[in-house]
Design a protein around this ligand. Structure first.
Ligand SMILES: Cc1cc2nc3c(=O)[nH]c(=O)nc-3n(C[C@H](O)[C@H](O)[C@H](O)COP(=O)(O)O)c2cc1C
Length: 172
């Protein structure tokens, strides 16, 4: 199964990027898992009514080629970050009907339901099916730029186990 991991934060010290990399590491240990990792910090983006960079067409092709998706987001104003919204609005036709999971970094515990906006977009616009398990992490869950052994690491293990198992069953 070919999984595209989209790390959508543009922050140089992104926490959701670390969640995405940790997930990639775990999924690569599973049998038959191929990963395409997109770091949006390396992709030129533009809003819908502005000239479209070639990078966005390339990203759209990579998205279309994948069987399923792991979307990494940072919470901005209780919602998805702006760069992820640009991708959702402009590059995601190829996601229709496919399976996805969400990894999220927030600044505070009370924003954990912000991922529901991503759920709404993926389900209502792209008719996607979500893994019923979100990994939500705060700065305090990390030690520098690493994920320590303990709760967050275990939640990532569970996320990957379920994503791989359900994702495999949903392949057409
Ligand atoms: C513009 C902006 C808005 C934010 N809004 C929220 C918010 O509503 N709730 C929250 O918990 N954290 C908020 N934060 C904090 C980020 O969610 C936090 O820094 C997180 O680590 C971002 O993900 P990233 O590190 O992958 O970029 C905001 C940060 C920025 C830059």
């Amino acid at each position: 199964m070919k999984t595209l991991i989209l790390s959508s934060s543009l922050s140089p010290r992104s926490r959701s990027y670390l969640l995405c990399r940790a997930t990639e590491e775990r999924l690569l240990r599973e049998a038959g898992c191929e990963i395409d990792f997109v770091d949006l910090r390396e992709v030129e983006l533009a809003p819908h009514h502005r000239p479209r960079p070639q990078d966005m067409d390339t990203l759209k092709e990579r998205i279309t080629a994948a069987d399923n998706y792991i979307l990494g987001m940072g919470v901005h104003c209780y919602s998805v970050n702006d760069s992820l919204k640009l991708v959702l609005d402009n590059c995601c036709e190829g996601m229709v009907g496919k399976f996805f999971g969400i990894l999220c970094a927030g600044g505070g515990q009370r924003s954990y339901l912000s991922t529901m906006h991503l759920t709404q977009i993926c389900m209502n616009e792209w008719r996607m099916i979500q893994l019923p398990r979100v990994v939500y992490a705060l700065w305090k869950d990390f030690e520098g730029d690493t994920i320590p052994e303990g709760e967050l690491s275990l939640r990532l293990d569970e996320f990957c186990r379920d994503f791989h198992s359900i994702g495999g069953k949903l392949l057409r």
